[in-house]
Design a protein. Structure first.
Length: 282
């Protein structure tokens, strides 16, 4: 739901919000955050909150190093794990240049353009995404070890599956943030888990993935664990899949065969995006 500036201001006042997290992703899909006080919200809506692009890998600019974050009000969400007094709200943001134009390599902006191009051809998409993750024990200093949280296997139950309660916390937190989980279970590797959530539009699904990964890591940390989405955290064991399903629909006719042909035609280029590291091939 798209909120007006006045509705956002009213929500922040009514919910005793003291910190506003402005979130975006770098070109590697890693979430970045800058927190502002509510007093700066009007400036965020008017021209954006400045960030130093020269310090973000892939965002470096030769002349003007400043970029601006403008909140997308439809992504407003309270962070449920923060205290009820002095609450924290998160927005995903659009990245703009100083003249107000969009930043060329804003991942979210690129996806929006792709969706708009598809719409011009009468095509809309439904996306689904799910990420497997491993849970590792932490040492006495809170640092991750290489010891998995359990040694359960695919769809094993408790007590062998020790991640059951952690997944429950993740699912409940996701619901509080507007992401609807559909199922969860232990996956094939020791300490490996997976949670499915509802399919949606391209932008919504992408936002949900970033929210999901953030919640998983936070809930793991709160339980004295570390969550890893790395492609192959334990050599010789199941890798972490990032499963993406997408259904193209045309206003007139079926485009599925043409769509699949396009994926096969551009498989090499797609692989460079979806499997960008050496670990992706392990």
């Amino acid at each position: 739901m798209q909120y007006t500036e006045s509705e956002v201001t009213e929500f922040i006042t009514d919910n005793d919000v003291k910190f506003i997290k402005m979130a975006f992703c770098d070109i590697f899909g890693r979430q970045k955050i800058i927190a502002i006080q509510p007093s700066l919200l009007a400036s965020a809506f008017e021209g954006g909150i400045p960030i130093d692009a020269s310090r973000i890998m892939g965002f470096e600019k030769e002349a003007d190093s400043e970029l601006f974050l403008v909140p997308d009000t439809s992504t407003m969400s309270l962070l449920p794990w923060r205290p009820a007094h002095g609450r924290v709200v998160r927005f995903f943001c659009d990245i703009r240049r100083s003249d107000g134009t969009g930043f060329d390599i804003d991942c979210r902006g690129i996806l929006k353009k792709a969706v708009d191009i598809a719409k011009l051809h009468g095509i809309i998409f439904e996306f689904g995404a799910r990420n497997e993750f491993y849970l590792f024990k932490n040492d006495e200093n809170g640092n991750a070890t290489a010891i998995p949280f359990d040694n359960a296997g695919f769809m094993d139950a408790a007590p062998e599956d020790k991640g059951e309660d952690v997944r429950r916390e993740i699912c409940l937190t996701l619901e509080d943030m507007g992401v609807t989980p559909e199922s969860s279970h232990h996956s094939g590797g020791p300490g490996q888990n997976i949670i499915d959530f509802q399919h949606s539009s391209a932008i919504q699904s992408a936002d949900d993935v970033i929210t999901y990964k953030s919640v998983v890591k936070t809930m793991a940390s709160r339980n004295g664990l570390t969550a890893s989405f790395a492609p192959n955290p334990i050599p010789g064991k199941d890798g972490n899949g990032f499963h993406i399903t997408l259904t193209p629909r045309m206003q007139m006719g079926d485009c599925s065969e043409h769509f699949l042909a396009g994926i096969l035609e551009h498989a090499a280029e797609i692989t460079a995006i979806l499997n960008p590291t050496a670990d992706s091939y392990k």
